[in-house]
Design a protein around this ligand. Structure first.
Ligand code: CP
Length: 331
């Protein structure tokens, strides 16, 4: 839905074809980050504003790096350091940012629906970088890229277990939509208070015991407890949560021998995942972070350049050796 509209507001309704084009484009851009000159001219003259009303380390930094690696001008603002701290509304702030003619605003906000609202009041591409417990589509896309790189089988043959605070997790929702659209089998696991029955409607199997959920799984995705979105207690104590739902080596042993373990970060070590697992041989957590840059480069390019349906890093000339302004060749 959103890609055809210049925006990416969520993965719900985005086609398998659109997802695959983005993953293919991102895959070809991974090598750009390994070059000595990590820069392509594709978005020269374009402007990307990162507008973060909620804290972030990975998403904000990687969007900024992605925009800069494509030669766009990238500016980041946070609500704490903006005039929102003096009482200016989200809408007024957004309208003022839009008045400076950016080509894309990347927005993170604690309210579900904030990205869609922004798309209705400003005239540039909007990318949802996480809105409340609704969606975090670029996290899911980079997760899909990481899974696809490691698992060579068809999506329909993959079993993915997503474990933790499902109800508050925008990462779980976006991954659920993306994985189901591509045909993967999705198991959701967590305590009943964090895993409502309604998630069955999206084609997921529900588990209330982590051991059964990870049994024979190809991929395990662990989620953080989102205290900031909890108005009341959803489990007695963190210690008890960890006793039943923390992924440790003993539980990993029940998955496939070549299982991979993902976590979107930030990690709460010893709560949802043990250090030996987070830093162990099955963990691909740092690959997720690295892939975030390539995936966000691919997305920025496709949303900002009209008619683009993919670029390959190898087809672009480094600006350092380019005399005239170069334009990306579209694959
Ligand atoms: N995965 C993720 O969204 O991390 P940040 O909150 O640090 O951006």
């Amino acid at each position: 839905m959103a890609l055809g509209n210049r925006h990416l507001l969520g993965l719900e309704g985005v086609s398998a074809q659109d997802i695959t084009v983005l993953l293919d484009t991102a895959e070809s851009l991974v090598e750009v980050s390994r070059r000595e000159v990590k820069k392509l001219p594709a978005l020269r003259g374009k402007t990307v504003v990162n507008f973060f009303v909620e804290n972030s380390t990975r998403t904000r930094t990687s969007f900024e790096i992605a925009a800069k690696r494509l030669s766009a001008d990238a500016i980041s603002i946070s609500s704490a350091a903006s005039s929102m701290a003096k009482g200016e509304t989200f809408e007024d702030t957004a309208r003022n940012l839009a008045a400076m003619s950016p080509d894309c605003i990347v927005v993170r906000h604690p309210a579900s629906g904030a990205a869609r609202f922004l798309a209705s009041v400003v005239d540039c591409s909007i990318i949802n970088a996480g809105d409340g417990s609704h969606e975090h589509p670029t996290q899911a896309l980079l997760d899909l890229l990481t899974i696809r790189q490691r698992k060579k089988c068809a999506w329909k043959d993959l079993v993915v277990a997503i474990v933790g605070d499902i109800v508050h997790s925008r990462v779980a929702r976006s991954n659920l939509f993306g994985l189901r659209t591509l045909g993967a089998n999705v198991r959701l696991a967590g305590p009943p208070t964090l895993l409502p029955e309604q998630f069955r409607q999206f084609g997921a199997e529900l588990y209330y015991d982590i051991g059964s959920a990870v049994e024979g799984a190809d991929v395990i995705m662990m989620l953080r407890i989102q205290h900031e979105r909890m108005a009341s207690n959803f489990f007695p104590t963190l210690n008890e949560y960890a006793r039943y739902f923390c992924l440790n080596a003993e539980k990993v042993a029940r998955a496939k021998p070549d299982v991979i373990i993902l976590h979107p970060g930030p990690i709460n070590r010893g709560i949802e995942i043990s250090s030996e697992v987070a830093d162990g041989p099955y963990s691909v957590i740092m690959s997720q972070v690295a892939n975030g840059v390539a995936l966000r480069m691919a997305l920025l390019y496709q949303l900002i350049i009209p008619g683009a349906d993919g670029i390959r890093g190898s087809e672009l000339i480094e600006p350092a050796v380019t005399a005239a302004p170069a334009r990306a060749k579209v694959a």
